[in-house]
Design a protein around this ligand. Structure first.
Ligand code: PEP
Ligand code: MN
Length: 339
């Protein structure tokens, strides 16, 4: 923490800040500048709360230096984390493509789509059995029946499956069937769910909250890791902004920022960011060029009759093209980079 004093701060006011710091058993180091003094807080054991200083006479601002997250941080673990989902490795040096419908609608629909995405080159299959829908009257998912269909996909196509868990009550069930458990944007700060995920033996795909800062997102990952589960994959899926030309705004700068701050893998979901099919391919190309570790893409063979997110679901041929293009981009841009 650096406490920046007003230009007009008096020696007494500086002294008072020093005393507040020393009362927390930290070292205060006043740093005289050209026209103002700043006071460094040293030897703190954990994060220092800026609220201690804001509002004290003579204090202009309090700037946190140490990040509040530990386990997710590169300072704690410098080397990249690789996560194994079935026989698929996710993380630096790998481009993992996850694809499938928004929702599991029927066995026929699911197996048809799985055949298409497997042929095109997807390494993991996605599909929601429990759907977080904005309207309670929309299709809510097939529940356990959907999970059983996902298990058939794994068996028939040798594709590990990822599916969303929505609540604590169904966690055990989802954990039993899923190879990778998704926590969706609406639950990113559901702390009891995060703690349960932290006790899971499955890897977790943690989507960014639709209005979450990167710090909040990383703190959500910290919740999972603090319980002992260190297998966390982050997923950028767009944040809510003022625009109407897309459902959300894909924040691609999150990729280099997260890769700098954290050792955890980060994948990008262009489908929920775009909300419409015609933006998914360009956003996917950009995400891979930005060095994301993978993509999660919605695909449907009959998107016009999909029960959820048809407008953003790619036709199988479009998905094939996407795979060809992003694999080529990965050959040029992928792989290790200096942090
Ligand atoms: C999904 O992946 O099906 C989903 C609902 O995504 P999000 O939580 O990002 O909206
Ligand atoms: Mn969807």
């Amino acid at each position: 923490m650096l406490v920046v004093m007003e230009k007009t701060a008096t020696p007494d006011q500086i002294d008072r800040v020093v005393k507040v710091i020393e009362a927390r058993e930290c070292t205060a180091r006043p740093i005289p500048g050209g026209d103002r003094v700043s006071i460094g807080v040293l030897n703190n054991k954990g994060p220092v709360d800026a609220a201690l200083f804001i509002g004290l006479p003579g204090v202009k601002e309090a700037v946190p230096i140490t990040k509040p997250y530990k386990l997710v941080s590169r300072e704690t673990k410098a080397e990249d984390t690789l996560i194994q989902v079935g026989d698929v490795t996710i993380g630096n040096g790998h481009l993992t493509i996850i694809a499938g419908p928004c929702a599991i609608e029927s066995e026929d629909q699911t197996l048809t789509i799985a055949g298409h995405v497997k042929k095109a080159g997807a390494q993991l299959f996605r599909g929601g059995a429990f759907k977080p829908r904005t309207s309670p009257y929309s299709f809510q998912g097939l529940g356990e029946e959907g999970l059983k269909i996902l298990a058939k996909v794994r068996e028939r196509f040798s594709l590990p499956v990822v599916t969303e868990v929505m609540d604590f009550q169904t966690f055990d069930l989802v954990e039993h069937y899923a190879d990778l458990i998704q926590i969706g944007t609406r639950n990113m700060q559901n702390f009891s769910l995060l703690k349960r995920a932290g006790e899971s033996y499955r890897p977790i795909l943690l989507k960014r909250g639709m209005a979450a800062t990167i710090d909040e997102w990383l703190m959500a990952a910290e919740y999972i890791m603090a319980q002992g589960n260190h297998q966390v994959i982050l997923c950028e899926r767009g944040v809510r902004t003022f625009v109407h030309h897309s459902r959300n705004t894909l924040d691609l700068s999150a990729v280099p920022v997260v890769k700098k701050e954290s050792h955890l893998p980060i994948v990008v979901d262009p489908s929920h960011a775009a909300g419409r099919r015609d933006q998914v391919l360009p956003l996917s190309r950009a995400a891979v060029a930005a060095n994301a570790h993978g993509l999660m893409v919605e695909v449907h063979h009959q998107p016009e009759s999909a029960l959820s997110d048809g407008a953003q679901s790619l036709y199988p041929e479009q998905f094939e093209l996407l795979c060809r293009q992003v694999v080529a981009i990965f050959k040029v841009c992928g792989g290790d980079e200096p942090i």
